[in-house]
Design a protein around this ligand. Structure first.
Ligand code: SAH
Length: 386
């Protein structure tokens, strides 16, 4: 009972929002729970070197999403979908979201009435504002606001931007994204930049990266830097290797590795991310890296068929893990080392089973707490060819 009260004081929407599954555990307990989970799943293949947590585990999310709607009384609300539903749980303060982003969302909520902007109704399709997405640069402090609208015309958008920036001069760009489909995807295809350059930049491990509304960028940059440093140390590069950065997003890992490699090949499915990756390489004056937009599995098959040589594979697939096409090509290409970065230890274990049955062994691994208070855990593993 006592614990329950403790949770409620930490977050008024605990269990309603569903985001922070571990909020009722102390931070130390959360870490050991995560470490045990990864250790148990990877135990058939090798041992991990513990878990690295955060010194201050709050407000780490640098990408914040709020869905807009109305409550039963017709008041404008913003918050999150209750897990697995389209019911909006109003959130005014969040323990894990960047605080500047949270304040911007509250300001937008307050501005709607005077600008006569109605929130979108998912049932009727009536109304304008569906979602707000805010991304904050961890090092640069640049702020991008994406207004997701149900139709392309936003009345008095310039004055809206002016009013918003008056309260939050830290905002460096505002983008309107149009999503007129009845879908659970947040962002639609059409975009219009209404203030600033349409993207933000951030720095990780000493390099600058460009982040557009749709490109993937890790939500917890502080932990990401620690994870990347370990992954690159695992790759043990000597300046001559050909490195493949698979599922490369905006090319972050590959660009950081490039200084220590002969050349790097990045492959990623999302075309906006690839565009940002190419711009990033230019901005950072990295000339030994090439990016390709393709399915990582299909790309690997082609590399293997072409008889290409790859010395090290860095791979960072989504939660669903990699696929047999990709893994079978890894086995064919025979890289000396594979560094696997994973946001889901279950699919990591599944993929390790495949690689460890086909000529690789797990040398070491480490878990990183990228998502404190939630049940998610990130880890990285080094595999060596037998
Ligand atoms: N390495 C990057 C991104 C990791 S997230 C970083 O650390 O920032 C996983 C990425 O895999 C996403 O950018 C996603 O768009 C991409 N992706 C998902 N499925 C893919 C596939 N089949 N082939 C290539 N990339 C894929």
């Amino acid at each position: 009972m006592e614990k329950r009260n403790e949770k409620k004081t930490v977050c008024p929407v605990f269990e309603k929002c569903g985001g922070c599954q571990l909020l009722d555990k102390s931070y130390d307990k959360q870490l050991s729970w995560k470490k045990d989970q990864v250790s148990a799943l990877l135990q058939p293949y090798g041992k991990i070197d513990g878990i690295e947590g955060m010194e201050h585990p709050e407000y780490y999310r640098h990408k914040v999403h709020a869905v807009f709607g109305r409550d039963r009384k017709g008041n404008v609300i913003s918050g999150v979908y209750k897990e697995g539903t389209h019911i909006i749980v109003p959130v005014e303060k969040c323990l894990i979201e960047n605080q500047v982003a949270g304040e911007i969302i509250q300001t937008i909520k307050g501005l709607l009435k005077s600008f006569k902007i109605k929130t979108y109704d998912e049932d009727t399709g009536y109304g304008l504002l569906r979602h707000v997405l805010v991304r904050v640069g961890y090092r640069t402090g640049q702020v991008m606001v994406v207004l997701v609208l149900g139709s392309p015309i936003m009345p008095s958008k310039n004055n809206f931007v002016k009013a918003l920036r008056k309260e939050h001069p830290e905002i460096t760009t505002v983008v309107v994204n149009v999503n007129d489909k009845r879908t659970s995807m947040i962002l639609g295809d059409k975009e219009q930049v209404i203030y600033g350059p349409g993207y933000i930049e951030d720095e990780l491990c000493g390099l600058t990266f460009k982040i557009s509304p749709k490109s993937f960028y890790q939500v917890n940059p502080e932990q990401t830097q620690k994870l990347y440093r370990t992954a690159i140390a695992y790759a043990d590069l000597n300046g001559k290797e050909t490195v493949l950065d698979a599922y490369c997003g905006t090319g972050t890992i590959g660009m950081i590795a490039a200084a220590k490699a002969g050349r790097v090949i990045g492959v990623e499915l999302n075309k906006d991310a690839v565009r940002d990756a190419i711009a990033g390489a230019k901005k950072n004056h990295i000339s030994n890296i090439r990016f390709y937009q393709a399915d990582a599995g299909e790309f690997m098959v082609k590399l293997a068929e072409a008889g290409e040589r790859v010395d090290v594979v860095l791979m960072d697939p989504p939660r669903s893990g990699s696929d047999e096409k990709f893994l079978a090509s890894v086995v064919k290409l025979k890289p000396e080392r594979v560094v696997y970065i994973s946001c889901n230890p279950e699919t990591l274990a599944r993929d390790l089973k495949y690689l460890c049955g086909k000529g690789y062994r797990m040398v070491k691994g480490k878990a990183y707490d990228m998502f404190p208070f939630t049940s998610h855990v990130e880890s990285t593993v080094l595999l060596q060819r037998r």
